[in-house]
Design a protein around this ligand. Structure first.
Ligand SMILES: Cc1ncc(C[n+]2csc(CCOP(=O)(O)OP(=O)(O)O)c2C)c(N)n1
Length: 326
């Protein structure tokens, strides 16, 4: 597993869990603009898959992008202040919570469900034409696997044997609908059969399984064996959005039961079984809290874009003789 210890993976997941909690608090204070979709319970997929990429690989995410972004190499400063609409954000604060780019870290996301899949196919086509061994990874949800663009993207990627890994983060729901109610097959991975691809479904709460699968598929993709579709089965512990009443589609008991097997609980249990001291794991919290407290204090001080900066990328510069219209 690319030399990373389970304790390191646990620490990375813990950071993402606390980063998400901080973001939820900021959203509740109206300091995050546009939608914010919590990620509690989905850290193993982010750390396992997005964290396995090389700096020059490309990562495409969704409307639930913040932990993919951080695990994939974007800084927390750039991601948090992007969500808060500040100029220090990776897109200068113009993207908001779910549509931003961080070209320096090859990270892109957007809120139109399923839209990133054909883009991933295009990115991978460019990579192949350039003769590089770079890989494109595309994160998407179970809901997105029902879109036409999922099928178009997989079909073309399979025909052209492109270096792309489609990672379906099956968290059990699309907004307020359980996956069993809108996906006809038991496993989303079985949709790969339609494109003559391997059928890969893994436990998305097991960070070691996620990282081992990612390492293997990335290596095989670099060797020209792609594309791949992998389903990582996990569970969304929080509501779809901050303030989601949830009661129309699941019970509190169901969530409580699922919390017993979420990624941090699972990794912690395994570490303790392997002889790691509980106090050693508890001690990871302090530095993370300090780091996030400092981050949040810094973030609220950052400037908003000026009107000029806000429209900079909307209108082309005026040529001589033209009149500005605002
Ligand atoms: C094309 C499109 N249709 C509908 C929506 C509204 N919408 C936002 S999130 C979401 C659910 C997506 O579910 P899934 O792909 O499983 O991702 P998850 O929210 O579980 O991470 C929907 C339908 C949208 N953003 N884009």
């Amino acid at each position: 597993m690319s030399g990373v210890s389970l304790k390191n993976l646990y620490e990375e997941m813990l950071l993402l869990r606390r980063f998400d909690k901080l973001s939820m608090r900021l959203k509740m204070k109206d300091l995050i603009y546009s939608g914010y979709h919590p990620t509690e319970g989905q850290e193993a997929v982010a750390v396992g898959f997005c964290g396995a990429l090389r700096d020059d690989d490309v990562l495409l995410s969704t409307h639930r992008p913040h932990i993919h972004a951080v695990a994939g190499g974007c800084t927390m400063e750039a991601v948090l202040t992007e969500m808060m609409g500040r100029t220090t954000g990776c897109s200068g604060g113009l993207g908001g919570g779910m549509q931003y780019v961080d070209p320096e870290h090859n990270f892109y996301c957007g809120s139109v469900v399923g839209s990133n899949l054909p883009i991933a196919t295009g990115v991978a086509m460019a990579m192949k034409q350039q003769g590089s061994d770079r890989v494109c990874m595309c994160m998407f949800g179970d809901g997105a696997s029902n879109t036409g663009s999922f099928h178009e993207a997989l079909n073309l990627a399979a025909i052209w044997k492109l270096p792309v890994i489609f990672v379906c983060e099956n968290n059990g729901f699309a907004e307020a609908m359980p996956v069993e109610e809108f996906v006809a097959c038991k496993r989303i991975s079985s949709r790969s059969r339609a494109y003559d691809l391997e059928e890969i479904s893994i436990d998305g709460n097991d960070v070691e399984a996620c990282r081992a699968t990612a390492d293997d598929l990335i290596e095989r993709t670099r060797k020209g064996e792609g594309p791949f579709l992998v389903e990582a089965v996990t569970y969304r512990i929080r509501g779809h959005y901050v303030g989601d009443p949830e009661k129309t589609y699941r019970t509190k008991d169901e969530v409580a039961e699922k919390k017993q097997e979420e990624p941090l609980v699972r990794a912690r249990e395994r570490l303790l079984e392997q002889g790691t001291d509980a106090a050693e794991l508890d001690a990871l919290e302090g530095p993370i809290k300090e780091r996030l407290d400092a981050l949040s204090e810094w973030a609220v001080e950052q400037p908003f874009p000026t009107l000029e900066q806000a429209i900079d990328n909307v209108y082309i510069p005026l040529t001589e003789g033209e009149v500005a219209c605002r």
